[in-house]
Design a protein around this ligand. Structure first.
Ligand SMILES: *Cc1c(COP(=O)(O)O)cnc(C)c1O
Length: 381
């Protein structure tokens, strides 16, 4: 059996007719950038982000950059974030000329450890970018109270976590600005690049709207520098087709995570192996919260060998992320060293993402679990 890490055809295939109709609408309308399709999307998505205002943008990366620009951050400002994320989070900080200040993660959740933040705050600290990694929010209660005490802005990188919640609040609606990505592999994926910024602050909303279009207001009059961060009408029209299914896509991912867990338990009992000794399954917070499993990430010391074994058995898996941000070559001038953020480093060496997408079948999940047990038994670990 072949199990791909992600098979988008299973999600997009059944919607082909609707996509073609959307394409035709846009083609007939001849409005290719921003426009009505996007306005419809922006008004429909607000309920998914707990925000009054939403702006479609060109990508999740641009959403982050736009958010930092709207907050007026500048060279020399310090922005606290995690070393364990996709590069875009840190890239946005560096492109602003600001300084990323890393805080190590909680290895159970892969998210920033809120108890380590306070000692990194200085008089230059202006903002925190929290990354709700793999589909689960950071501990926002602690982070929001710190931000309030020190007067810091919070940008939420919710690229992987639309519809995840923490204590009843949705990702992207908790801090000052939420940033989302609709890269095809995200839980809500476009048919190309697209992203979103969301906020409950009307002033920030109006500023972001101008920055999205070169800071122009009115057209051809520029009070500040923005960029071309606009979303294509076509992507908006495709997202309008898919948004209706978002809740069911997420429900499926949550079910699949539960099925993984029950197969791991069953096989562990059947084969008399204590799987918990060898692999750590994803951890969910015990408080009221919702994990939306953009990725299903397990941890094992035998990660590289397991990945190879799965690949030989036609099962795709992926490493998110093999090198933490502080050890990236383009940050060499910050003089970080191995050992500076040990939890992020350990997770980089032990984490492995298994297929979790919504079109996966129970048989495929069982096959993956079966092969993982075969690996540990044949290896006599
Ligand atoms: C995908 C992703 C981004 C970037 O989004 P793009 O739409 O690909 O530009 C940023 N941050 C995180 C955590 C991501 O997973």
């Amino acid at each position: 059996m072949k199990v791909p890490l992600l098979d988008l055809h299973r999600q997009n295939g059944p919607l082909k007719k609707e996509f073609l109709m959307a394409f035709e609408r846009v083609l007939n309308g001849q409005r290719f950038i921003l426009g009505e399709e996007l306005e419809t999307f922006e008004s429909n998505i607000t309920s998914h982000t707990d925000c009054q205002f939403a702006l479609g943008v060109s990508s999740g990366t641009d959403a982050l950059l736009l958010a930092l620009m709207a907050l007026g951050l500048k060279a020399g400002d310090e922005i606290i974030t995690t070393p364990y994320t996709f590069f875009a989070t840190v890239g946005a900080i560096l492109r602003m000329g600001a300084t990323p200040i890393f805080v190590d993660i909680d290895p159970n959740t892969f998210n920033v450890d809120p108890d380590l933040i306070e000692k990194k705050i200085t008089s230059k600290t202006k903002a925190i970018i929290v990354v709700h990694l793999f589909g689960q929010c950071c501990d926002m209660k602690k982070i929001c109270s710190l931000a309030q005490n020190y007067n810091l802005s919070i940008v939420e990188d919710a690229a992987q976590s639309i519809e995840s919640t923490f204590l009843g609040h949705k990702a992207g609606g908790i801090g000052d600005i939420g940033c989302f990505s609709f890269f095809p592999s995200k839980n809500l994926g476009a048919l190309g690049d697209a992203g979103l910024v969301s906020t409950n602050n009307e002033e920030i909303f109006h500023k972001m709207k101008k920055i999205r279009n070169h800071g122009a207001s009115p057209k051809y009059y520029h009070k500040f520098v923005g960029g071309n961060f606009r979303m294509d009408a076509l992507q908006a029209s495709f997202l309008n087709v898919k948004l209706k299914h978002l809740d069911s896509y997420i429900q499926k991912r949550i079910e699949h995570a539960a099925i993984y867990e029950s197969f791991f338990k069953d096989y562990g009992q059947k084969k008399g192996t204590e799987y918990t000794l060898k692999i750590k399954l994803p951890t969910k917070y015990s408080c009221d919260s919702k994990h939306v499993y953009n990725q299903y990430v397990i941890k094992t010391k035998k990660r590289d060998e397991l990945k190879k074994f799965l690949s030989l058995n036609d099962i795709e898996s992926e490493i998110y992320y093999p090198l933490p941000m502080h050890l990236q070559e383009c940050l060499a001038n910050y003089n970080y060293a191995i050992g500076d953020f040990p939890m992020a480093e350990i997770c980089s060496q032990t984490s492995l993402a298994l297929p979790i997408y919504e079109g996966l079948s129970n048989q495929e999940i069982e096959y993956v679990v079966n092969k993982i047990f075969d690996f540990f038994q044949s290896d006599n670990q």
